[in-house]
Design a binder for this molecule. Structure first.
Ligand code: PEP
Length: 249
């Protein structure tokens, strides 16, 4: 059985007071909840990890540098993230690819840096609206998988999040058939590269405007093992129904 996961990406939102949401979320989560990860902004990681100790929630960062240390003002290393008590790190989010010009090969190096500090990498891929409208989605996804994933991917060190860029924060969501097609394609590509045994166990998350209202439908797709959620992860009362929908899927 593959792990089910619900990951919340708080992006550049929240201060220490908002960590109270972790306790609220823990009380609203069903007893049979899947794994839940919250990725707050870097300054909150230590406090979030400490607060989450009394809950079933795990903590992740939103990015890490590819180098272990050095003259990289403003950046944080995977070891620093691990030192806060966090266990996961998102790499290759489309907002980093776009606003920070991150390329597939940078993301591959960041995933390896994450592993070197015993963090699980949540590697994001997804096509732009232009690619989507030109029917290039599968080609783009194949290229990002080939370029962003290191060769030592396992089901323990990596989670893959498929996030169509045009669905992030827009309220637009692909149809269930479109989501299923891309997730099936990702699983088949992983099987070719890593073998069916590993590919079958790697969690694949869908991300892009997942809300309490559409989560159950999205989780119907066979190769969707959970969600990476932005806006709807900020409030426990929004995120909890998504987690419940995943538990029931
Ligand atoms: C995200 O940023 O990863 C995301 C999926 O955001 P939203 O849920 O707000 O679309």
């Amino acid at each position: 059985m593959r792990r089910k996961l619900a990951a919340g990406n708080w992006k550049m939102n929240g201060t220490a007071a908002d960590l109270a949401e972790l306790n609220v979320l823990a009380t609203l989560m069903p007893a049979d909840a899947p794994e839940v990860i919250i990725c707050p902004p870097a300054p909150l990681l230590y406090r979030a990890s400490t607060a989450a100790q009394a809950t079933p929630i795990s903590i992740g960062a939103q990015d890490c540098h590819m180098q272990a240390s050095g003259a990289f003002t403003g950046d944080i290393s995977a070891a620093m993230i691990a030192d806060t008590g966090a266990a996961y790190v998102i790499v290759g989010h489309s907002e980093r690819r776009e606003a920070h010009a991150e390329r597939d090969r940078d993301i591959r190096k960041k995933a390896k840096a994450a592993w070197a500090s015993n963090l699980t990498a949540i590697i994001c891929i997804g096509e732009t609206l232009e690619d989507h409208e030109a029917n290039n989605t599968l080609d783009i996804i194949a290229g990002q998988l080939a370029g962003s994933l290191p060769s030592a991917v396992t089901a323990e060190n990596t989670i893959i999040a498929y996030e169509p860029v045009w669905a992030i924060g827009t309220g637009k969501v692909p149809t269930l058939d479109q989501i299923a097609e891309v997730h099936d394609f990702i699983r088949s590509k992983l099987a070719i590269r890593y073998g069916a045994d590993i590919a079958d166990m790697i969690p694949l998350l869908y991300g892009g405007s997942v809300k309490p209202e559409n989560a159950a439908l999205i989780f119907e797709a066979e190769n969707v093992d959970g969600a990476l959620v932005g806006g709807a992860s900020l409030k426990a009362t929004d995120f909890a129904p998504i987690i419940s929908a995943l538990a029931q899927s």
